[in-house]
Write a new protein. Structure first.
Lengths: 544, 213
């Protein structure tokens, strides 16, 4: 059985406890339970009164709990099934087990299954499958009236459960608490005896935390004048229950925890009437409620139906919700409606959140725009003041900047031929040029250029022509030319130029052509004949 | 209205859905576009402010810089960088320089001037003009030519960019030539030519005078 927890969805619930002679209406919150009223089946305007009670309870959901006599249980062994087949097979088995009852449900008994497996560990075939608790109740006219009342209200229907099944965990909790209090270990069997307002005595027998047996029997109403009568009646019922237990495998060695909830005036005499070996515990309704964390009505010491209602009412979901067309017909549309409402509410909250966020952003941006406009106005004022100041000084900034930049580009690009010629002239010594040609061509320095790009390239070179007398020693003449070039380079290299012999006086290597006459009457070269050499000076550094 | 649900619940759901839907429509149709629009406006304003700040900072920086540049500009102005390359003035200038150097003969010719495209000049409502000139020259000594070049570079308005210089010795100085020269007959010993680009800046208004000359 799952441990109960306070409901997260419906903190306040209305619990309808169906009894044989009427219905009890309770209001359950997380920590308390209040008995609102009890309606007899024969009461006039039953449905309207019940609807009104539910509406006035302020609860958001309704739990229907069956505490009537006619409840049918059966333990069934279901073979191990695949996840997808399980629901269908169990439903079919339920139909077979209870063909005449429209409200049915099943739940696995884990501890029961384990016990069966341990008992039949030698027989492998016997251990296959799980033990299920099958439960069913008839669809009575009384139930139909409850459904009619529920159809008239808007509350959610949590489910329709059976009180003994739903209160099994209550018995566990009480046993645990009383065992802790007593300081002893827990017994395997537990019996909870409590009387409900309808007059029935409910006995819930739990074995290994799972429902083993339940009985509801009529007993005499407690009479303060004669408390022993009630005790004797209950004692007889307990004896009957104990006699049943032996059929379920109970032996005194297993241990038995007996908890009787009721007014001590009636429950204390009972102890002397019980002969079976057990741990006998008597709890008043408030005392049991304190152990369970449920605050029941203080003045009510005897009737424990409110405890069961409070226990089931605070569960997140019922342990064994019975299903039927009538319940589904009311429950499902409301669940869908709740889902739609939840989604719509989340959506609305989301939209509201986005709207607030966007609105805040819009407001912040609007404020920032105002600030920015003020800043812009100020900076524009500063700008115009600055402009005015410069204008008043008569400074034309674009003209100054442009003219200087253009002049700089021109100055860095153009080449002064006098610089090169000066370097050449100072290297000549006693040699004189016959002619020279200086050329300096290339890009336009004043033209637009991208920022950071190189200046317009220029190709600068000087062709020098030197002549020697026709009767000189040609080798010595070439050597003089070479020396001249070397002298030139000493100066030219400093300003980024390089001189090179383009054509020597005469090529005396194998590449050169040779044409001379020899002999007495041969024509020999005269002083007036000239040897010409060419030297080329080139710019090797980029301008700028 | 709906089986299993009361009208109250159905109406409540419908109201909830309508509120969520209507709210969502308003948010996405009006609020978000309005916010985006205002953010764009803010970003644009910020960019304008930033640009103006930078402009002001630049102006202030330039102002400091201009204090030093102003002197260079005045020099440039004094050197006649702003000149409309009037041909008659140019010829007159050249005649003065040649006479001063003592060149035997110098023939000056200019090609039609042209405008050099330059954005900085445009920004200053000016234009760069360039004239290609050629001088055929005869001289007793090549040094006279160099002197003329030097004078042109220094005294000419704007910038002189020598693109070609060609000199050739015509005769070797001997006793006969010296006598001839001594007798007052100028004999050119050096012959040649040089070409140059002359660049100045001038106002666009000067280049297109109302009269059209």
């Amino acid at each position: 059985m799952s441990a109960p927890m306070p409901s997260l969805i419906s903190p306040t619930r209305c619990v309808l406890l169906i009894m044989d002679d009427g219905v009890g209406v309770y209001k359950s919150t997380g920590r308390s339970v209040d008995f609102l009223d009890a309606l007899h089946w024969r009461e006039g305007g039953f449905e309207e009164k019940l609807s009104d009670l539910i509406s006035r309870s302020g609860a958001s959901a309704v739990v229907v709990l069956n505490d009537a006599v006619e409840q049918h249980y059966r333990k069934e062994k279901v073979p191990v099934l695949s996840y997808f087949d399980k629901a269908n097979i169990i439903q079919r088995r339920l139909n077979v087990a209870f063909p005449n009852y429209s409200m049915r449900a099943a739940m696995p008994l884990k501890a029961g299954t384990k016990a069966v497996r341990e008992a039949a560990s030698a027989d492998k075939e016997a251990t296959k499958g799980d033990i299920y608790l099958f439960a069913a109740v008839p669809s009575t006219d009384a139930f139909g009236r409850i459904m009619t009342a529920l159809a008239n209200v808007d509350q959610q229907v949590v489910g329709y459960g059976l009180l003994p099944v739903e209160s099994t965990s209550l018995v566990d909790m009480l046993v645990k608490k009383v065992s802790e209090k007593r300081g002893g270990g827990g017994a395997r069997w537990s019996i909870l005896i409590s009387q409900h307002r309808g007059g029935g005595l409910r006995q819930i027998v739990v074995r290994n935390n799972e429902l083993a047996l339940t009985r509801v029997t009529p007993v005499v109403e407690p009479d303060p004048e004669n408390p022993g009568m009630w005790s004797a009646d209950v004692s007889q019922e307990l004896q009957a229950t104990l006699s049943y237990l032996s059929r379920f495998g109970y032996t005194p060695e297993d241990g038995l925890e007996l908890i009787v909830i009721g007014d001590p005036v009636y429950t204390e005499p009972l102890e002397a009437m019980i002969y079976a070996p057990c741990n006998y515990n008597v709890l008043s309704v408030p005392a049991a409620g304190a152990m369970l964390g449920i605050r029941a009505q203080r003045d009510e010491l005897h009737y424990a139906d409110a405890l069961h209602a409070g226990w089931s009412g605070r569960k997140f979901a019922l342990d064994l919700p019975l299903t039927s067309r009538e319940i589904s017909g009311i429950r499902q549309p409301r669940q869908v409606a709740l889902g739609v409402m939840t989604i719509a509410a989340i959506g609305l909250a989301g939209v509201a959140g986005v709207a607030v966020d966007e609105g805040m952003n819009l407001y912040a941006t609007t404020v920032n725009i105002e600030v920015a406009q003020i800043q812009k106005k100020k900076i524009e004022e500063i700008y115009y003041e600055e402009l005015k100041r410069k204008e008043s000084m008569g400074i034309d900034i674009p003209l100054i900047k442009g003219a200087l930049a253009i002049n700089k580009d021109i100055t860095q690009t153009i080449v002064d031929p006098l610089d090169i010629l000066d370097a050449i002239a100072r290297s000549m010594e006693d040699i004189r040029l016959d002619k020279f040609t200086f050329t300096n061509v290339g890009g336009e320095p004043a033209q637009d250029r991208a920022p950071g790009s190189a200046l317009a390239p220029r190709a600068t070179d000087v062709e020098l022509t030197v002549s020697f007398a026709g009767n000189i020693d040609i080798v010595k003449g070439n050597e003089e030319i070479d020396k001249l070039v070397a002298r030139m380079n000493e100066r030219l290299e400093k300003i980024g130029y390089l001189a090179k012999v383009e054509t020597p006086l005469r090529d005396t290597t194998f590449r050169g052509a040779s044409d001379a006459e020899y002999g007495v009457i041969a024509n020999k070269r005269q002083v007036t004949d000239r040897y010409e050499a060419e030297i080329r000076v080139r710019k090797v550094e980029k301008n700028g | 209205m709906v089986r299993g649900l009361s009208n109250k619940v159905v109406i409540f759901i419908l109201v909830l859905l309508a509120l969520a839907g209507g709210g969502g429509y308003c948010v996405y149709e009006y609020l978000i576009p309005a916010r985006e629009q205002s953010e764009r406006e803010l970003a644009s304003l910020k960019a304008q402010i930033q640009a103006k700040y930078e402009e002001v900072a630049k102006m202030k920086e330039e102002f400091v810089l201009l204090q030093s540049q102003l002197r260079d500009f005045k020099d440039l102005e004094a050197r006649g960088f702003f000149n409309n390359q009037n041909r008659s003035e140019a010829e007159e200038n050249f005649a003065k320089l040649s006479a001063r150097v003592g060149i035997l003969k110098a023939g000056l010719s200019y090609k039609p001037g042209e405008i050099v495209s330059n954005k900085q000049a445009d920004d200053a409502k000016q234009m760069v003009i360039k004239s290609h000139g050629k001088v055929d020259i005869e001289s007793l000594d090549d040094v006279d030519v160099y002197t003329l070049l030097k004078f042109m570079q220094e005294r000419y308005p704007g910038s002189i960019d020598i693109t070609k210089l060609e000199l050739e010795r015509q005769q070797v100085l001997n006793a006969a030539l010296l006598r001839k020269i001594g007798g007052g007959d100028p004999v050119p010993l050096i012959k040649g030519s040089f070409e140059f680009d002359w660049r100045t800046m001038t106002s666009k208004d000067d280049a297109n005078p109302p009269g059209g000359n």
